[in-house]
Design a protein around this ligand. Structure first.
Ligand code: PMV
Length: 374
C-alpha cells in the first residue's frame, strides 16, 4: 500500500474516533436523551424572537434528597410530586443587548452563583442549536422565591420550554424534562401537571432519569394549602443541603427505604386514596428532615411556626378532617386535604401562631408557552 493511502486512512480513523468521543461527551452533557438530529435545523441565521413560557412549582410528596451525580444532577432516589396550580413563574427570553447573559428575577438583577448556574444551563441549548447569542432572561413569580416553595422548579421548567421554542428545537416532554433536570432537579417534574414521578434511573449518562405523569389533574378533588411561616430566602440551598445530609448516619437508610415509599405513593395515587398518600407523604417528609437534622453540621429548615402548623394538621386529623403535611427545604408547611375541607383547613392554618400567610392551590397543569406573546 502506498504511504499516501495509509496516511489518508489514518486521518480518517482519527477523525472517526474524535467524532465519536465528541458526540458521547456532548450526549452526556445534555443528559443523553436529545437526538443528534435536534441540532440539525439549519436555523442558525434566523433572527431570534422573544418568547415567554409559564410553569407551576410542585410539591414533593416523596422527596428528592441526595444526588448520585452532581454534574448531571442525577438523584440518589426517585420522587413523586403534585404540580401546584395558582402559583406560577413566567419566563421571558430575548437576545441580550449587552454582550453577556442577563438575568432578572422579579425585577431584581441576579449575579454571582445563580447567574453562572443559569449560564451553564443556557450553554446546553446553545450547544443544541449551534447559536451563540447571549440572552436576556426575565423571571416573574407570583409567590415568594427561594423560600422552600420550589421557585427554582417553576423557573427552570418555564426556561426549558421557552428556550426550546426560542431556538425552534422540537423535543418530547421527556426530553424537556431531562434538560430541565439539569437546571434544577425538581424542575424536571414541573414540565408535567398533576401527579408526576421522576425516576432515579440507573444509567451513568442520566438518559433514564426524567419525569413522567402519573395522573392528570382533574381526576381527584384534592387541594394543597401552603402555610408561609417566613418570607426570607432559605439559609442553605437544596444543593448544599443534600451534600451536607450525606454526613448523617441515617442517610443510607433514607436512600434504602425510598423504594417502598414510592411504591406506596404510586398505589395510593392509583386508588385515589388520600389517607394512604398523606400518610406516606408525612413519613417521607419527616425522614428527609431527620436526615437533615442529624447531618454534620446539623441542618434545620424549620421555624417554631413550622412545628406549630404541623400540630395544627395533627389536631385537624384528630378532629376527623383528613389533612396531611409535607415540608420541603424551607420553613413552609404544605397541607394536602380534600377540596371539600379546604375552608376548615385554611382557617385552622391561618389561626396558627406564627403563620404569616396561607395560599390555596389546586392541582396545576403542564409547563407551556404563553400564547399570543411576541
Ligand atoms: O430541585 P432542587 O435542587 O431545588 O431540590 C428540591 C429538594 C426538595 O424540594 C426538598 C425535594 C423535592 O423533591 O422537591
Amino acid at each position: 500500500m502506498q504511504a499516501e493511502v495509509v496516511a489518508d486512512r489514518l486521518v480518517y480513523i482519527f477523525r472517526f474516533i474524535y467524532c465519536g468521543l465528541y458526540l458521547s461527551v456532548w450526549k452526556e452533557r445534555i443528559g443523553g436523551v436529545v437526538p443528534v438530529a435536534a441540532t440539525m435545523r439549519g436555523a442558525e441565521h434566523v433572527t431570534l424572537q422573544a418568547v415567554r413560557a409559564r410553569a407551576h412549582p410542585n410539591v414533593a410528596l416523596v422527596k428528592y434528597w441526595g444526588k448520585r451525580d452532581l454534574h448531571l444532577n442525577l438523584p440518589a432516589v426517585g420522587s413523586i410530586s403534585l404540580t401546584l396550580g395558582g402559583l406560577y413563574t413566567e419566563v421571558t427570553i430575548q437576545p441580550s443587548k449587552a454582550n453577556r447573559d442577563e438575568y432578572r428575577s422579579n425585577g431584581r438583577l441576579v449575579e454571582g452563583a445563580p447567574l453562572s448556574g443559569l449560564g451553564r444551563f443556557l450553554d446546553l441549548f446553545r450547544a443544541l442549536s449551534g447559536r451563540q447569542e447571549r440572552l436576556s432572561i426575565e423571571a416573574k413569580s407570583n409567590f415568594p422565591v427561594a423560600a422552600g416553595l420550589a421557585s427554582s422548579a417553576s423557573t427552570y421548567a418555564a426556561l426549558t420550554v421557552a428556550l426550546a421554542a426560542l431556538y425552534g428545537i422540537r423535543l418530547s416532554k421527556e426530553q424537556l424534562s431531562a434538560l430541565a433536570r439539569q437546571g434544577s432537579g425538581s424542575a424536571c417534574r414541573s414540565i408535567w401537571g398533576g401527579f408526576v414521578e421522576w425516576r432515579r434511573g440507573e444509567r451513568p449518562d442520566g438518559s433514564d432519569s426524567f419525569a413522567s405523569r402519573l395522573v392528570s389533574p382533574p381526576d381527584w378533588p384534592i387541594t394543597v394549602i401552603v402555610a408561609i411561616t417566613d418570607f426570607q430566602p432559605k439559609h442553605t440551598v437544596s444543593r448544599d443541603g443534600m451534600r451536607q445530609s450525606e454526613t448523617s448516619p441515617f442517610y443510607p437508610a433514607w436512600v434504602a427505604s425510598q423504594v417502598d415509599d414510592l411504591d406506596e405513593a404510586r398505589r395510593a395515587i392509583g386508588a385515589g386514596d388520600l389517607e394512604r398518600l398523606g400518610s406516606v407523604a408525612e413519613r417521607n417528609c419527616l425522614k428527609m428532615h431527620a436526615v437533615a437534622f442529624t447531618a454534620r453540621p446539623p441542618l434545620v429548615y424549620w421555624r417554631p411556626a413550622t412545628l406549630a402548623a404541623v400540630e395544627t394538621v395533627w389536631k385537624l386529623r384528630a378532629a376527623g378532617v383528613p389533612a396531611y403535611f409535607t415540608i420541603d427545604a424551607g420553613p413552609q408547611v404544605k397541607v394536602l386535604c380534600r377540596t371539600q375541607d379546604r375552608a376548615t383547613v385554611q382557617g385552622a392554618l391561618a389561626a396558627t401562631p406564627g403563620v404569616r400567610k396561607v395560599i390555596l392551590c389546586h392541582p396545576g397543569g403542564d409547563a407551556q408557552l404563553v400564547e399570543g406573546f411576541h
